[in-house]
Design a protein. Structure first.
Length: 214
């Protein structure tokens, strides 16, 4: 049977080929990006735990040293501006430049302190990296991990990352099904309704001043 190609169906076939090629490229790019993001999570976690083991004696004497480790190894891979903006929700638009700077500074300090304190409780549990879950966008990915506990069910910890200027940055962490950002969004809103943005900044500052790694 002879296939009769008109200008219209030729254009259609050409468009279909382009669409298929784009889909193949997108899936390949997404898979590559997901692999890169997963490697970043694994490398960062391994470096943190290695530093923790190497400096365990010093940390036992001065627990606040864990903050230096976290700031040096983990902080560069998080977008704290986006994290803070998301946690603020609709109230972010009501803040000025100085307030935003203070919010990012204090919230970053609080998150790092929380993260560091959790590390102090680490005692050799296996952390497993699960296959990444690419999103519909090639510049976003979810990296899933689990901590195998000896006397309880594994704890899932999922990292949400996106490409910022061609560098992977984490913008949320979901622990046991609870979003870190969403969890703070509720408490931020309550604090702002009580004392405004200034009240929230002061509350974060006081909490950071009274929180130690012990």
């Amino acid at each position: 049977m002879k296939l009769n190609l008109t200008r219209n169906n030729t254009a259609y076939i050409y468009s279909l080929i382009i669409a298929i090629l784009n889909l193949i490229w997108f899936n390949a790019a997404t898979a590559a990006n997901a692999t890169e993001a997963a490697e970043l999570v694994k490398t960062t976690t391994d470096r943190m735990l290695e530093a923790l083991q190497q400096q365990r004696n010093a940390i036992n004497s001065n627990p606040d040293l864990i903050y230096d480790i976290a700031n040096r190894i983990a902080v560069p891979h998080f977008d704290f501006e986006r994290i803070t903006q998301t946690a603020m929700g609709k109230f972010w638009k009501q803040t000025d430049t100085d307030e935003r700077s203070q919010l990012i500074k204090e919230f970053q300090a609080l998150l790092i302190r929380t993260y560091a304190k959790a590390l102090l409780n680490y005692s050799g549990q296996e952390i497993r990296l699960l296959p990444p879950r690419p999103s519909k966008r090639s510049d976003q990915v979810q990296i899933n991990t689990t901590i195998d506990m000896q006397d309880s069910n594994p704890i899932p910890i999922n990292y949400l990352l996106y490409l910022k200027n061609d560098v992977w940055k984490a913008y949320d962490v979901v622990i046991n099904g609870i979003s870190l950002v969403a969890n703070y969004r509720n408490s931020f809103a309550q604090e702002i309704r009580r004392g405004g943005t200034a009240g929230l900044i002061e509350a974060l500052r006081k909490r950071n001043q009274t929180t130690t790694a012990q």
